[in-house]
Write a protein that binds this ligand. Structure first.
Ligand code: ATP
Length: 261
């Protein structure tokens, strides 16, 4: 399989002194970090370390209190989520957020055109040129379903799928926006061992396609197995970072996970 040819060392995402405060709680504390293109970058840390807050800031759901987020050389902090998606960042959520009564295929088609196509799928409204546009979107969506291995379920209501497959569907929908960075928030949560293994394979194939993956995950076996780099957060700060081997033997990480808990 072809490896992407982009310079794997160029920073795709830069966090500069990122700070997020909720009243008296500081969820991110002056976080500075760079994510190179074309890697699987995990973000781990004990509960409340700031991982989801970081994802919310990067995806535009939260405006950081201070600091900067630079993506492909441009500042994106404070941009609305839709604009950030158009710039090339998409995400999944800790708790799946699908249109449960719509089909699997329709959910991915919405990812392809998040703003415009919910209306015409549900009302049947057709404007000139829409039929060929819809055909193109449908074809693209089918390719994404094939990529994630959900083609057989394309006509089923999304809500009828088992949780593991709903999580994969969310990933397909995120990929359908053609991101260069995808944020996966606890994709293995609630999955059994076999589903987790398949998820790991899928995440690797996503990277092979040239999409950088930012992964928040509590399943340490999965994180250690597939990540190129790991950032460890603790109280909103960088505690350690490096390869899985570097991080797992880091005394501060061991202390954070086992010592003070
Ligand atoms: N909307 C909010 N209002 C107030 N405090 C918040 C809010 N969101 C997060 N926090 C606080 O910010 C801190 C970081 O929370 P966050 O959810 O980002 O941690 P996390 O590392 O994702 O935790 P977990 O692993 O449990 O999901 C916590 O102390 C949390 O209580």
């Amino acid at each position: 399989m072809k490896e992407d040819s982009r310079d794997s060392q160029a920073a795709l995402l830069e966090l500069h002194e990122l700070e997020m405060r909720f009243g008296g709680i500081t969820a991110l504390r002056g976080l500075t970090y760079e994510v190179p293109a074309n890697i699987i970058q995990a973000v781990i840390g004990p509960n409340g370390a700031g991982k989801t807050t970081l994802f919310h800031c990067i995806s535009g759901l939260l405006r950081p209190t201070s600091g900067r987020i630079v993506f492909e050389g441009r500042e994106i902090d404070g941009m609305l989520p839709n604009r950030i998606t158009r710039r090339g960042i998409s995400r999944t959520f800790q708790h799946v957020a699908l249109f449960r009564s719509m089909t699997v295929l329709e959910n991915v088609m919405l990812g392809r055109h998040p703003r415009t196509h919910r209306g015409f799928l549900s009302t049947g409204l057709r404007l000139p040129g829409m039929r060929s546009e819809e055909r193109r979107i449908r074809k693209d969506a089918e390719e994404y379903l094939e990529f994630v291995g959900l083609s057989d379920a394309r006509g089923l209501p999304a809500g009828s799928l088992p949780l593991g497959k709903q999580k994969i569907l969310e990933i397909a929908r995120a990929l359908a926006t053609e991101p260069s960075l995808v944020l996966l928030d606890e994709p293995a949560g609630g999955l059994n061992m076999k589903e987790t293994e398949e998820l790991g394979e899928l995440i690797r194939r996503i990277r092979t396609r040239g999409v950088t993956v930012l992964l928040v995950e509590h399943d340490m076996n999965l994180v250690m197995e597939i990540s190129d780099r790991i950032l460890v957060l603790h109280y909103g700060q960088r505690l350690a970072s490096g390869t899985p081997d570097e991080v797992k033997d880091h005394p501060a990480v061991i202390e954070a996970y086992l010592g003070g808990e």
